[in-house]
Design a binder for this molecule. Structure first.
Ligand SMILES: Cc1ncc(COP(=O)(O)O)c(C=O)c1O
Length: 375
């Protein structure tokens, strides 16, 4: 990190202050409080063997560098890397596993992660061991025996099973397992996995972190400097780095992360409590934290008709933005998961996932109620 990047982060420790001033201190020449978008693909060298610190934007770009420096501070890692999507971040990480190693992953995981593990990024000769999330949560030491890498989410997508990450991460450390937490759902506002002993944190930055449903992004935050360097070299080689404009959108979104997450959590709690009494709702899933809620309806027909009747909720697949989204995981986010696995995990055609946004919560509740009622 060059001097200009190092001093671009406000001298503060609290998350709120770091977030509010995301990218606000980089431009020492003009004092501009918004991070400039450096659209340069390449950078002029003063002379042979000399560099300003930036050479070519695939390897590093000032706007992305400031975003990465801030993400490393927010999670407490030695370095962060920003990618074009969450899947690109995961792909880069999975490529580091040498043949003969074992990766343990709970079946309860984002459908795209299931797909990349089953179909693509796990190098030949790597053993992929699927486990029930409840087993990982209840007896992590046993589950992690012989594992070289653990990748998990909590709460899980989309059925929102939740676990205390601390004992799982302690067991991973004791077993010598590299632990990776996909912390997309909680963000550093609600969970800081590296402080609990994790080695790597993954985010789909598309979601809460950037927060406005206007860009895709992915993040790796790494504890160990040597692993971070390997990942940076891989990212530079494969090229899925976040663009300068998207890095700016991401920084801009981060400024209000703490306020958004607090409000989304408050509204999700209220909505989860109300949902149980709505027509056709058989079971509500809400782990008590975060802005995601799920429910099981009494029939697929009710789900289908609700989707046509909602007026405020938006039927779309993503989460964590200002707009409240309603998703049917079995046909959207988890379509890639094998049907028999989906069925076993309860990801059926009656399951509905809600990402609670920033609208008035009583209007959100009223809208969902009328949509379910008229079904
Ligand atoms: C928990 C989780 N991890 C990773 C991803 C993948 O991120 P992206 O869509 O930015 O590639 C998603 C996307 O929905 C997700 O929900």
């Amino acid at each position: 990190m060059d001097q200009a990047t190092a001093t671009s982060i406000v001298e503060a420790n609290s998350l709120d202050t770091l977030l509010a001033q995301a990218g606000s201190r980089w431009d020492v020449r003009t004092g501009g409080v918004s991070m400039p978008i450096h659209m340069a693909a390449t950078f002029r060298h003063p002379a042979l063997g000399e560099s300003t610190g930036w050479d070519y934007s695939r390897s590093g770009n000032p706007t992305r560098d400031v975003l990465e420096a801030l993400l490393a501070r927010l999670e407490g890692g030695s370095r962060a890397l920003a990618f074009s999507t969450g899947m690109a971040a995961l792909d880069c990480l999975l490529r580091t596993l040498p043949p003969g190693r074992t990766i343990v992953v709970p079946e309860e995981i984002y459908g795209g992660t299931w797909r990349i593990l089953e179909n693509l990024s796990v190098p030949a000769g790597v053993n992929l061991r699927w486990v029930p999330f409840s087993d990982l949560a209840s007896r992590p030491a046993q589950i992690l025996s012989g594992a070289d890498m653990l990748l998990f989410e909590t709460p899980t997508n989309p059925t929102l099973l939740d676990a205390d990450a601390a004992p799982i991460l302690r067991a991973a450390r004791a077993a010598g397992t590299l632990s990776v937490v996909d912390s997309t759902f909680l963000t550093p506002v609600l969970l800081r996995p590296l402080e609990l002993g994790a080695d790597v944190v993954v985010h789909s930055g598309t979601k809460y972190l950037s927060g406005h449903n206007d860009t895709t992004a992915g993040v790796l935050v790494v504890r160990d400097a040597a692993l971070a360097e390997r990942l940076a070299a891989l990212q530079n080689t494969t090229g899925a780095a976040l663009s300068p404009f998207d890095s700016w959108l991401f920084l801009r979104g981060l400024k209000t992360l703490h306020l958004r997450v607090a409000r989304q959590q408050e509204s999700a709690r209220e909505l989860a409590a109300a949902l149980a009494a709505f027509p056709g709702v058989e079971r509500v899933m809400y782990p008590g934290r975060g802005g995601m809620v799920a429910f099981e309806a009494d029939s697929p027909e009710r789900v289908e008709s609700m989707l046509r009747r909602v007026k405020i909720w938006i039927f779309a697949e993503s989460l964590g933005g200002t707009e409240s989204l309603v998703t049917v995981p079995s046909v959207q986010t988890h379509a890639a998961v094998a049907p028999q696995v989906r069925e076993r995990l309860g990801i059926n055609d009656r399951l509905v996932r809600l990402s609670v946004g920033l609208e008035d919560v009583s209007e959100l509740a009223q809208d969902m109620k009328q949509a379910l009622e008229n079904a």
